[in-house]
Design a protein around this ligand. Structure first.
Ligand SMILES: Nc1ncnc2c1ncn2[C@@H]1O[C@H](COP(=O)(O)OP(=O)(O)OP(=O)(O)O)[C@@H](O)[C@H]1O
Ligand SMILES: [Mg+2]
Length: 298
């Protein structure tokens, strides 16, 4: 496995406040589509921005396509197609002008490819960015990121403002681009049901740490859900407890991937959905006492 994005003991502390992230060790394999999930403030944007060199690590080391973004930001930026969490278009420029601008700012920018993606969105090149809806702007952002032909795509909550059909179309374009061009994509999202179809890996951040880092098939194979109070399950198997949408108490448990299928030992509980795996680990992260030292603001 070739790692395209790496974090080794990565920590980020803003000014002299609490650590946003600490002790993060991650590798994102080439050709994968990785979902980066975690509650608000768990450090998703911080990590993405640090991989492009927009945030400097307070400690530890990152690698972006073999480049240390803390040392050579320009080289890291050149390797990445990035869609930031907040809209990044210039309100008074048309889409065609954005493409021209990208061509002048970015070596190797493929204007024809970007225009092709825009055409698929049925957005006219003459449209002014400020007149597009939030979802349309997000889709233009992806088209421009794909136009860079960068091998690494870092997309910070690209689905947040899209309607369900647009989400599907966005993910379809992304998956197609990754598969046909051999890209690697990492996208942060809160919408787990969508990413389940498109992503093959899952990273969950919480409380300043990595709570989970594995393939989606491993995530599903290694967890099950047991209904009832937490005391119903062995403490060493329990990951976290959380309510169902209807208010019942659910427990996410860790299980061996291959369970004995005998009449004496039927599998415990039922299969977990990916959303339940993520919520169970988030619930566990919320309970876990912050292992990160909290320092007084300067
Ligand atoms: N520029 C900054 N200055 C100070 N603190 C910051 C800055 N950017 C982020 N933080 C803090 O770092 C932590 C992680 O923030 P970050 O934006 O990375 O979270 P996130 O997981 O992307 O959240 P969201 O889901 O809301 O987008 C938060 O506690 C936030 O307040
Ligand atoms: Mg964010």
């Amino acid at each position: 496995m070739t790692a395209v994005l790496e974090a080794h003991g990565f920590g980020k502390r803003y000014r002299r406040r609490n650590w946003a992230l600490r002790g993060v060790d991650l590798t994102v394999p080439e050709g994968s589509i990785t979902a980066l999930v975690g509650p608000n403030g768990s450090g998703k944007s911080t990590l993405i921005r640090a991989w492009i060199g927009f945030e400097r690590p307070t400690e530890g080391r990152l690698s972006t396509g073999g480049v240390d973004p803390g040392k050579d930001r320009d080289a890291a930026v050149a390797k990445v197609g990035y869609v930031p969490q907040s809209p990044s278009l210039y309100g008074n420029l048309t889409i065609a002008e954005h493409i021209t601008l990208a061509t002048t700012l970015r070596d190797g920018f493929d204007a024809a490819l970007a225009a092709q993606y825009i055409a698929r969105l049925s957005i006219p090149l003459t449209a002014v960015a400020a007149e597009l809806s939030g979802g349309e702007q997000a889709q233009v952002g992806l088209a421009l990121a794909l136009g860079t032909r960068a091998r690494i795509l870092l997309l910070d909550e690209p689905l947040a403002s899209l309607d369900p059909l647009a989400r599907r179309e966005f993910l379809h374009v992304l998956v197609e681009a990754v598969r046909s061009e051999g890209h690697t994509a990492l996208l942060s999202s809160h919408v787990i049901t969508d990413i389940e179809q498109a992503c093959d890996r899952l990273i969950v951040l919480g409380k300043g740490h990595t709570l989970l880092d594995l393939s989606i098939s491993e995530a599903l194979a290694h967890h099950r859900v047991v209904e009832g109070p937490p005391s119903f399950v062995p403490a060493d198997a329990l990951v976290g407890s959380f309510p169902s949408a209807g208010g019942d108490s659910l427990n996410l448990i860790r299980v061996p991937a291959i369970q004995p299928l005998t009449a004496d030992a039927p599998p415990v509980g039922r299969s977990a959905t990916l959303e339940e795996v993520v919520i169970g680990h988030m619930a566990a992260g919320r309970l876990r006492r912050a292992a990160v030292p909290v320092e007084a603001a300067a």
